[in-house]
Write a protein that binds this ligand. Structure first.
Ligand code: ATP
Ligand code: MG
Length: 586
């Protein structure tokens, strides 16, 4: 079954069973606080929450769709068999199930099994299903366990997972939520780790592929954290289209199916290299080209913020990998053209944008070449290259290490590839040993992370403004957590600026000074204080000269260079008007 047939079969199946097929919504969601549409349910949220009347707007409580999705958070996973940035999700819904014509767990499970076994012909013996195991506040989903059993999935292939894996929502702190149940497909031993406990959600291998997630919204989470049964229940499901098509076509991944093959083959022709020898590079390039085509077709323009930043990031990432495959500067153009060919008939908004898409890609390519040149110039300035400098290039210009090596080799710069590798290994070992020492024994306090917290605080005030105040801090041996006042989500560019500023101060190798003085004197000298705390008469002020000055009990690092590399791993909301950053030193 090819991709086009599968989309049609899915919609037909549910239409025959009384569902209304709703066209895919835009990748840019109506909700401005969300970057991209990342699931089929997104366009139906107001109906699922009961805010809007589904019967009024769709004349049906049963809906189905093939939805364009984009998940920026999966970028690093791209290259594996099952994760893409852009992908399609097949879904069906039963909204407001308290009415007589609604279906819930039984109906959803029955449809899923029927579609998978009768329509597309998957072998039921390969199905493993996951169900919600229960939690202190919410009971185990016994109903689903019973239904799977009755429909012929043996108990040993029904596995239970907790909140993290098998409970969906709510989207914010309160609202509709509920247990989910997933169908995973066993791809067989050759994909497995061979461990005894291997099964769905295995941490060690990709033998089991999650194909279909069935969400049963039956609770409402209240302000006080308790859960109440929803009077109006919903079914919300999603199948990963790419995953299903690869299994139906007997392939490892979607890259070997008609969704990607023409793109991969074009890349092979241009590069003269084979996909089989360079799978990861080809896959990342093909995924990112496809993602970029769809983002541009929706009017997104490469930039340094928000959606534009994600677009720029995937374009540059693909271009970097393109260079590693010796693809010429403009290789993106024919690959984008192939993508438009593949999807032209399916998503009519893509083809009319062709000229625009190609122009934008070409311009972005030129900009990338310029950045690259600036980075390479920097590289030429070095009269020797050690791992530290390589790291600087890696960070500042986003050069992957492979690329630095390649550029060095091209210029016959002072160290040959092998020497460089040695340096790199040494550096890696030093930082690893450093990390082990720092975190060894587990649980001890890290003065380096403490100093990093001060640098972060100062950097946030420089980048975001003086309104930034510390609202809380928590430091473990592995990471720091910092809460601060700021009204909105930080942009990707701001996060990068903060990181860069902190890393600059680390590089500057500044000495941290410590002085005792009265509380009043400290405040007068401009030292920051965590305003929630009560201070004794005499306080200690730690200062990173010219950058940060805070009242603090310590202890701190002696010099900033002891910190290593500072990296923000998460920026999220902590409470209203308060953001939370988690960061590490590498
Ligand atoms: P996984 O744990 O495998 O990343 P998920 O739990 O993030 O999946 P859901 O949010 O439940 O997935 O999305 C519904 C379905 O969409 C999944 O069952 C899967 O088949 C598919 N899917 C999820 N993420 C991706 C992705 N990045 N690329 C392709 N398909 C995906
Ligand atoms: Mg995921």
């Amino acid at each position: 079954m090819n991709a086009k047939e599968l989309r049609n079969k899915f919609l037909e199946f549910f239409e025959e069973r009384g569902h209304r097929a709703v066209p895919s919504s835009s990748l840019i969601p109506g909700d401005p606080s969300v970057l991209f549409t990342s699931a089929g349910m997104q366009q139906f949220i107001p109906y699922l929450s009961g805010q809007k009347d589904v019967l009024k707007d769709f004349n049906n409580r049963h809906l189905c769709s093939v939805q364009k999705c984009f998940r920026a958070k999966d970028i690093e996973e791209v290259g594996d068999d099952t994760h893409h940035t852009f992908f399609e999700m097949l879904g069906n819904w039963s909204i407001g199930q308290d009415s007589e014509d609604g279906y819930f767990k039984e109906g959803a499970i029955e449809y899923a099994l029927e579609f998978f076994t009768k329509v597309v012909g998957l072998n039921k013996d390969k199905f493993w299903v996951t169900v919600f195991s229960g939690d202190k506040d919410i009971p185990q989903d016994k109903e689903s366990i019973r239904i799977w059993g009755e429909k012929g999935i043996p108990a040993e292939r029904v596995v239970k997972f907790g909140i993290a894996d098998n409970f969906w929502g709510p989207v914010s702190n309160t609202g509709p939520c509920g247990p989910c149940s997933e169908i995973h497909y066993d791809r067989g031993k050759k994909y497995g780790c061979g461990e005894k406990d291997c099964g769905p959600n295995c941490k060690k291998c990709k033998r089991f592929v999650e194909l279909w997630n069935l969400v049963f919204m039956e609770y409402n989470k209240n302000e006080d954290g308790s859960y109440a049964k929803l009077p109006q229940k919903n079914v919300d499901t999603g199948i990963g289209f790419e995953r299903l098509i690869s299994i139906l076509q007997g392939k490892d991944s979607a890259y070997e199916t008609d969704l990607f093959l023409p793109i991969i083959q074009t890349a092979e022709e241009i590069s003269g290299k084979s996909y089989g020898d360079n799978k990861n590079y080809f896959r990342i390039i093909a995924d990112h080209v496809r993602g970029a085509v769809f983002l541009i077709s929706e009017g997104i323009i490469p930039s340094n913020v928000e959606r534009g930043y994600i677009l720029r990031r995937i374009l540059r990432r693909a271009m970097r990998y393109g260079r590693l495959l010796n693809l010429p500067e403009n290789f993106f153009i024919p690959l984008a053209q192939k993508t438009i060919e593949i999807y032209g008939n399916i998503y009519p908004e893509v083809k009319p944008q062709e000229a625009n898409i190609l122009t934008m890609i070409r311009q972005e390519g030129e900009k990338f070449e310029k950045t690259l040149e600036a980075g390479l110039k920097e590289l030429e300035r070095f009269n020797e290259v050690d791992a530290e400098k390589a790291f600087y290039l890696y960070q500042t210009f986003g050069f992957p290490l492979e690329m630095i090596q390649e550029e060095l080799a091209k210029r016959a710069l002072f160290v040959d590839g092998e020497e460089f590798d040695k340096e790199l290994k040494k550096h890696q070992e030093i930082s690893r040993a450093g990390a082990e020492k720092k975190f060894g024994g587990g649980g001890e306090f890290s003065p380096e992370l403490h100093t990093a917290t001060h640098l972060l605080h100062a950097a946030l005030r420089k980048v975001l403004g003086e309104h930034v105040r510390q609202m809380g801090s928590d430091i473990t041996a592995e990471r720091l957590r910092f809460d601060f006042s700021h009204p909105q989500k930080m942009t990707a560019e701001e996060i990068e600026q903060v990181e860069d500023l902190v890393n600059q101060k680390i590089k500057d190798d500044l000495e941290i000074s410590k002085r005792e003085m009265s509380h009043e004197e400290a405040l007068k000298s401009g030292a920051l204080a965590f305003f929630k705390e009560k201070y004794p008469e005499k306080v200690t002020v730690y200062e990173v000269p010219g950058f940060s000055k805070e009242i603090c009990a310590g202890p701190h690092a002696e010099r900033t260079s002891q910190l290593g590399l500072f990296k923000i791993i998460k920026e999220e909301s902590s409470s209203a008007g308060v953001r939370r950053i988690k960061a590490v030193l590498q």
